[in-house]
Design a protein around this ligand. Structure first.
Ligand code: 13P
Length: 288
């Protein structure tokens, strides 16, 4: 099956009241674990690739070729979208040429007029190729792969200006943060989300910083138009913890326990379990 844009997938999710998970990939094993889980759960899925992860894996072309080939070789039949996460203008263009089916152009750090102009140009280029576009208003807090945001709360009127450019999905900062939330985090600004939803109609909204948001708050945000939820750090925590246990228990010293495939296997199982748990909360199981 060919990679699909996020457009139809998320419009359906928006209409039917669930969200599709964007799970960020770091390597081949991450990709395989997420794809196999999506297939097993009959869930549509979005693989997110940041600029840093793309560079780590040998470039966006390598990533797109790997994902396309793996979807084919593993006989994945659920809809799979390969999406650039927090891309610059140049990265968005590079990914469109490399074979990504969706791109995020994150112009949230530009003055709004410049964000509008650049987003408009990306939308025209992407739509000519059937590629979907995510735009952002109001930076997401925290740090992800070198992208640092101050955790601004988006101005709903600015969200409307960007939504009207014909983007396919819109990320609005509503007090969400990449990575763990501090103990005194006051929670998502659902009041702002509601205003954004009222102004942008049926636009699928995106919730970044999915790690550590309580399930009830996730479900409230889905009811207010969130159709895509990004999860990255939580998969990394699960993987790291499982590998730590593997070494602490000396499993690498037993038999062929030093084989990298044996070392990584339990880490992949913990990624799968985390993805399953998220898909259940997001309501995307049995939707494909
Ligand atoms: P977390 O790392 O907090 O899960 O956020 C992921 C994200 O928003 C990717 O864009």
């Amino acid at each position: 099956m060919k990679l699909v844009s996020a457009r139809d997938m998320l419009q359906t999710a928006r209409k039917e009241g669930y969200a599709v998970g964007q799970f960020n990939i770091n390597n081949l094993e991450w990709t395989k674990a997420i794809l196999e889980t999506a297939q097993e759960m009959r869930s549509p899925v979005i693989l997110g690739c940041s600029g840093g992860a793309g560079k780590y894996m040998g470039g966006f072309k390598t990533v797109a070729s790997m994902v396309q080939a793996m979807v084919e070789s593993l006989k994945i039949t659920v809809p799979v979208c390969l999406h650039l996460d927090h891309g610059s203008y140049e990265q968005a263009i590079e990914c469109m040429d490399a074979g990504f089916s969706s791109v995020m152009f994150d112009g949230s750090h530009y003055p709004i007029a410049e964000n509008i102009q650049k987003t408009k140009e990306i939308v025209a280029m992407a739509h000519a190729k059937g590629i979907s576009v995510e735009a952002e208003v109001g930076a997401i807090g925290g740090e992800e792969d070198g992208i640092i945001g101050n955790g601004e709360v988006a101005d709903p009127q600015e969200c409307k200006l960007i939504a009207d450019l014909g983007v396919d999905l819109l990320a609005a900062g509503i007090g969400n943060i990449h990575g763990s939330y501090p103990a005194d985090w006051p929670g998502l600004r659902l009041d702002v989300l509601k205003e954004v939803q009222q102004l942008t109609g049926q636009m699928p909204l995106v919730l970044h910083g999915g790690t550590g948001i309580p399930a009830a708050m996730i479900q409230e945000s889905i009811a207010l138009g969130v159709s895509k939820i990004n999860v990255n750090t939580e998969l990394q925590y699960a993987f790291a913890q499982t590998l730590r246990e593997y070494f602490e228990q000396g499993k690498d010293k037993i038999g062929k326990g030093f084989d990298p495939r044996k070392i990584i296997a339990p880490g992949m199982e913990s990624i799968k379990a985390t993805v399953k748990e998220k898909m259940t909360i997001f309501g995307s199981i049995n939707r494909a």
